[in-house]
Design a protein around this ligand. Structure first.
Ligand code: NAD
Length: 283
C-alpha cells in the first residue's frame, strides 16, 4: 500500500473559506502591510503570492517598499509608525534584511498585536505560555497537515521534528506539546537521526536539506509532513523538492505531504487567518 497524500491545497481552501466568512463579519476589511527593503527576488515572489491570496479573501494588502539604503533606525521608525496607525491590522517584515541589520531587534519593535507572523519575542512567549495571538504560520501549517494525516487527535503520539528554527521547529514543538504529543526535536547536533526517526509515529521535516529523510528512516505506517522547500537544479531546470525523498517515503508512510502542494499552501492561508485573529483581538 502506498501512502495517502495530504492535500495541502484542499486544507488551504477550507481555511480560506473560514477567513472569507470571518472577514465578512468585520466592520471594515482588515489591512495587512508588508514592509520590504530593497529588491530581493525571493521576497518579491512572497509579496506577490501574499497579495494574491489577500485579495482572494477580502484582506487589503499594502506593500511598503523602503529604499535599499534605508538605515536600521529608519526601518524601526517606520515600524513604530505602523504600530501607532490604527488603520493597520497586521504587519509583515519581509526578510532577509540587508547585511548588518539586527533582524531580531527590528522585529521586536512591532507590537505583538500587529505581529501577524508571530515572530516577535513577545509572540513567542505568548505561544509558549498558551496565550497565543498570531501563531507562526509555517509551524501552524505543519500542525494542520499532521492532524489531517493522523486523522485523530495527537495525544500520546511520538513525533520527531527535524529542525529547531525560530519560525518552524521551535514553535511547532510548543504547539505539539500543547496537543499532548511526545516531542523529539532533532537538529545538526543530533547523534542518531535515522534511529530517532525510525522510532516515531510521525515526522515533521524542516531542515532545508533536500532528500535528507530517506524511506529507510521512516517507521512503516508513520505520518510524514515535509516542510522543506528547496530549489534544486535538474537537467529539466530548477525544481522544488522537500526534505523527504517522496518516492521512497510514500512506499512506507501512512500519509505524506507533497512538495509543492503541501505545507506551503496551508501556510499562506493561515497567515490570512492570523490577520483575522488580530482584527478581532483589536475590537
Ligand atoms: P533553518 O535553516 O533556519 O533551520 C534548519 C534547521 O534544520 C536547523 O535547526 C538545523 O539544525 C536543522 N538541520 C539542518 N540540516 C540538518 C541535518 N542534516 N540533520 C539534522 N538537522 C538538520 O531553516 P527554516 O527557516 O526553519 O526552514 C526549513 C525548511 O522549511 C527550508 O527548506 C525552508 O525553505 C522551508 N520553509 C517552508 C515554508 C513553507 O511555507 N512551506 C516556510 C518557511 C520555511
Amino acid at each position: 500500500v502506498t501512502a495517502s497524500i495530504i492535500d495541502g491545497k484542499a486544507l488551504a481552501e477550507t481555511t480560506l473559506d473560514r477567513v472569507r466568512a470571518a472577514v465578512s463579519t468585520l466592520a471594515s476589511p482588515p489591512l495587512l502591510v508588508a514592509v520590504a527593503l530593497g529588491d530581493d527576488k525571493a521576497s518579491a515572489a512572497y509579496v506577490k503570492r501574499q497579495a494574491k491570496i489577500a485579495q482572494q479573501c477580502g484582506v487589503i494588502y499594502r506593500l511598503d517598499g523602503l529604499p535599499s539604503h534605508t538605515s536600521e533606525n529608519e526601518l524601526m521608525a517606520h515600524l513604530e509608525s505602523l504600530n501607532r496607525d490604527a488603520s493597520v491590522t497586521g504587519v509583515i517584515l519581509q526578510t532577509p534584511l540587508p547585511k548588518g541589520f539586527d533582524a531580531g531587534r527590528c522585529r521586536d519593535v512591532l507590537r505583538v498585536e500587529k505581529d501577524v507572523e508571530g515572530v516577535t519575542t513577545m509572540a513567542a512567549g505568548r505561544l509558549f505560555t498558551q496565550r497565543p495571538l498570531a501563531i507562526p504560520c509555517t509551524a501552524h501549517a505543519a500542525l494542520v497537515c499532521l492532524k489531517a494525516g493522523v486523522g485523530t487527535d495527537l495525544r500520546g503520539l511520538d513525533v520527531a521534528i527535524v529542525g529547531r528554527s525560530e519560525i518552524v521547529g521551535k514553535p511547532l514543538a510548543a504547539l505539539l506539546i500543547h496537543e499532548s504529543a511526545t516531542v523529539t526535536v532533532c537538529h545538526r547536533g543530533t547523534k542518531d537521526l535515522a534511529g530517532t526517526l525510525r522510532r516515531v509515529d510521525a515526522i515533521v521535516a524542516a531542515a532545508g536539506s533536500p532528500g535528507l529523510v530517506t524511506g529507510a528512516m521512516i517507521k512503516p505506517g508513520a505520518v510524514v509532513v515535509d516542510v522543506g522547500t528547496n530549489a534544486v537544479s535538474t537537467p529539466e531546470g530548477t525544481k522544488l523538492v522537500g526534505d523527504v525523498r517522496f518516492d521512497e517515503a510514500k512506499e512506507v508512510a501512512k500519509a505524506i505531504t507533497p512538495v509543492p502542494g503541501g505545507v506551503g499552501q496551508v501556510t499562506v492561508a493561515l497567515l490570512m487567518m492570523n490577520v483575522v485573529e488580530l482584527a478581532r483581538a483589536k475590537r
